[in-house]
Design a protein around this ligand. Structure first.
Ligand SMILES: [Fe+2]
Ligand SMILES: [Fe+2]
Length: 470
């Protein structure tokens, strides 16, 4: 279906056929724009070289141009409807996918959409001040691209709430703009989305590890029996791929530059040489990875078992799993404290679905570490980065109540307090990283702590005028 760009709200859902919904969304739109002005990117710009979704099909869905960010065409785009789509898992497996919300699942579906929706504007808020300390115009452009797309993801969830959940849905849509990241009175729902993103190393780690959690959550919602949710998430995943790229290549470039300076000076001790030492990169990695693991929830969950059986939320790559897609007789080993020690315990597969998803995510994260280590190897350096143990720095799940080192060693509370500064960024580390963040807003130039990208955006060179500052 072709996107309608004539309308106030670009969409491919034939919004003009539904006056009530159109009016509801048009009255939410100014609130969204107010939020964007007050909580979105703080750095004033004339225009930014952005891609805008114009169509959801395989070709030409993205259109690139210099646009003023406040005029960005946030819209509602669902992937094309799959004819005769049936439900792929749970007790309704094989039945036609739902085009409306079944009354019995209304509250649960609404909750799932609100939780996903809450993360989208949260990250924009967290990244609000990064523009002022961007290492290059290329990076600045990527930050803004991620920001406008997270804004669009909020639109996607608000559309579902307003179109399918009546008055309660409209109220939840308002709440999504009232809660704010880090707020005392009305914080965002999930912990990682109330953390600060104070520097660009944090930003790359966030887009690598925390946006990747988003990818996995969207992947499970894409399987949903509720077809509009499924189609929304499918399209969001295409945009999410760019956010992953920003994180992956961002960390690549930090590691690459650090490795260069280590080799040039024949030392590990590069803290005074204007780049981020490897052990500080490892600490940032430890932090972002462990808080992102928490986003997957408890190791076991009867709620999630119920969501699966009801058909609301599937597994990652549900279609490729070789089982009965009901899991009533299966089991899984999940993380657990066994006699007070780090171990695993066997539970019904249905209640272990959070663990299943977290493990898919962990396997994916290994990919990043592998490529960053290849950069170190190619530089001839013996040092390597690693993902910390799953019990390290956890606030949710079986290991929330204990302390463990990155290698999985159990620690007493005192040992943890004495040693945590070796594994998590200290104030000194953060201050040092922050000191490197001198803005480079000049075309073709880049900060000294990061290597330039291998490629520009949409075939443009690195020294392209990606952003015009105001
Ligand atoms: Fe998103
Ligand atoms: Fe994202």
């Amino acid at each position: 279906m072709k996107a309608d760009y004539e309308e106030k709200i670009p969409n491919n859902v034939e919004l003009k056929e539904d006056r009530r919904l159109q009016r509801a969304l048009e009255s939410w739109q100014p609130n969204f724009l107010n939020w964007w002005e007050s909580m979105g990117p703080a750095l004033p710009t004339e225009d930014v070289y952005l891609r805008t979704a114009v169509n959801v099909g395989r070709d030409g869905w993205a259109h690139f141009d210099h646009v003023a960010m406040k005029d960005y065409r946030w819209g509602i785009f669902l992937a094309d409807r799959e004819k005769d789509r049936t439900i792929g898992f749970g007790q309704h497996r094989g039945e036609p996918a739902w085009q409306k919300v079944p009354g019995e699942y209304r509250a649960d579906l609404q909750r799932l959409i609100v939780i996903q929706g809450d993360t989208e504007p949260a990250s924009v808020e967290q990244q609000r001040n990064l523009g002022a300390i961007a290492p290059s115009l290329y990076d600045l452009r990527n930050l803004f691209q991620v920001n406008v797309e997270e804004g669009r993801h909020l639109w996607a969830m608000v559309y579902l709430l307003q179109a399918y959940f009546g008055r309660e849905g409209r109220e939840e849509a308002e709440e999504l703009l009232h809660r704010n990241s880090g707020s005392e009175d009305a914080p965002r729902i999930l912990g990682a989305f109330n953390e600060e993103t104070p520097d660009w190393l944090s930003f790359y780690m966030f887009t690598y590890f925390t946006d990747r959690d988003g990818k996995y959550q969207l992947g499970t919602l894409k399987e949903s029996a509720f077809d509009p949710l499924s189609r929304t998430c499918e399209f969001m995943l295409k945009e999410e791929a760019h956010h992953m790229m920003v994180g992956t290549t961002g960390v690549d470039r930090v590691v690459e530059r650090t490795a260069q300076v280590m080799v040039e000076n024949d030392t590990d001790d590069v803290g005074g040489l204007g780049v981020v030492p490897l052990d500080v990169i490892q600490k940032y990695l430890n932090f972002h990875y462990s808080v992102s693991l928490d986003l997957f929830g408890g190791d076991t969950s009867t709620n999630v078992a119920n969501y699966y059986t009801a058909g609301l939320k599937g597994r990652w790559m549900e279609g490729r799993r070789k089982d009965d897609h009901k899991l009533t007789d299966e089991s899984i080993h999940v993380d657990a404290l066994v006699d007070g020690d780090i171990g695993t315990t066997e539970v019904a597969a249905l209640v272990g679905l959070n663990t299943d998803l977290r493990r898919e995510y962990i396997a994916d994260c290994q990919g990043g570490v592998k490529r960053w280590n290849r950069i170190l190897e190619q530089a001839g350096l013996p040092r390597r980065l690693a993902l910390p143990h799953v019990a390290f720095n956890r606030k949710v799940g079986a290991f929330a109540g204990i302390e463990a080192a990155p290698d999985g060693r159990r620690l007493t509370a005192d040992e943890w307090a004495a040693e945590r500064g070796k594994w998590l960024p200290t104030e000194t580390d953060k201050t040092y990283v922050r000191s490197l963040m001198q803005p480079v807003h000049e075309r073709g130039k880049i900060a000294a702590w990061i290597a330039p990208p291998k490629q520009g955006i949409n075939g443009k060179p690195f020294d392209y005028d990606y952003v015009h500052l105001a």
